[in-house]
Design a protein around this ligand. Structure first.
Ligand SMILES: C[S@@+](CC[C@H](N)C(=O)[O-])C[C@H]1O[C@@H](n2cnc3c(N)ncnc32)[C@H](O)[C@@H]1O
Length: 283
């Protein structure tokens, strides 16, 4: 399937990245673990209408479709045709008939107001170019009393990213990574400002010790899109500066090494908010 979406360069890079990864994305059970927690917390029930933002290989839509049953309906949207192809294959294999997949930009959706009971976004909010605007848009699609749920990484998560941020600051470069959603307060404020109430944030820690080599492999330079930033801030550096920054990055990691390896924090904020029951029409 070809990508027929008109995407800007930032989103096209993300779509290409995930289409390249799509064949092996499900090899690890990491994303499905997080998605499963999100669904568990979201209290999905039979007959509900669910929107899954950035559905990828369909992990959330499949689990949600099995819960909502034949009276319910699940819509999954994504900008990566490769990821959606995987989702389609899995959905067909399971014979699920209550799922619809759309190749679409989650920041430019056009669903009727008040049409979903739940909107979920697993492992993807960070990629939105304008997170506050995206949350306001999705708020409009929820029925009054409906619930949004997303997961976000703490700003302490992923040692490679934390160390890279510190190193490149010396070069006058700011890498945002998880910063927009990186604390409980930030997640809370994002939902509150988008019009949600009854906001609940459940932090969970999934960290582990990793080897120095694994930590060093977390350096992606400017070859990987930077969440929420385009062009990639590291593209301002010369190749010599970039090579030097990588040397400094590896030296910083050496310092963090212990007998057990390097601690790689992966703290996740499972974040939920409700659209007020007396909310009328579009937010
Ligand atoms: C880490 S994957 C998460 C996929 C899935 N939600 C999961 O839990 O496994 C991130 C997904 O976000 C999608 N994505 C990024 N930006 C998007 C956007 N603006 N609209 C729709 N999908 C987007 C990517 O194509 C990719 O499939």
């Amino acid at each position: 399937m070809t990508n027929q979406l008109e995407l800007n360069d930032y989103k096209q890079e993300i779509a290409d990245l995930y289409s390249r990864r799509s064949q092996t994305y499900d090899n690890s059970d990491w994303h499905s673990q997080i998605a499963h927690r999100l669904i568990d917390y979201a209290q999905i029930g039979p007959g509900q209408h669910i929107l899954d933002i950035a559905t990828g290989t369909g992990i959330v839509v499949i689990e949600a479709a099995q819960i909502v049953g034949s009276e319910g309906r699940v819509v999954g949207v994504d900008i990566s045709s490769g990821m959606l192809d995987q989702a389609r294959r899995k959905i067909a294999g399971l014979g699920l008939s209550n799922v619809e997949l759309q190749l679409a930009d989650a920041e430019a959706l056009n669903f009727p107001a008040n049409s979903f009971d739940r909107i979920l976004c697993s492992s993807a909010l960070i990629w939105m170019a304008d997170i506050p605007a995206a949350l306001r848009l999705w708020h409009g699609f929820l029925k009054p009393g409906g619930i949004i749920g997303f997961h976000a990484f703490a700003e302490t998560a992923f040692v490679g990213g934390v160390v890279a941020q510190k190193v490149v600051e010396k070069y006058g470069i700011t890498l945002a990574f998880s910063k927009p959603t990186g604390t409980v307060e930030k997640c809370h404020d994002l939902l509150q400002q988008a019009g949600f109430e009854a906001i609940e944030i459940k932090p969970e820690q999934y960290g582990s010790y990793i080897s120095l080599e694994q930590a060093k492999a977390m350096w992606t330079g400017s070859s990987h899109p930077a969440p929420g930033q385009f062009p990639h801030p590291l593209s301002q550096l010369s190749s010599e500066q970039l090579a030097q920054a990588k040397v400094e990055f590896e030296a910083e990691l050496e310092v963090l090494k212990t007998e057990q390896g390097i601690w790689n924090d992966v703290t996740i904020f499972f974040t939920f908010g409700r659209k007020p029951a007396d909310s009328l029409g579009f937010f």
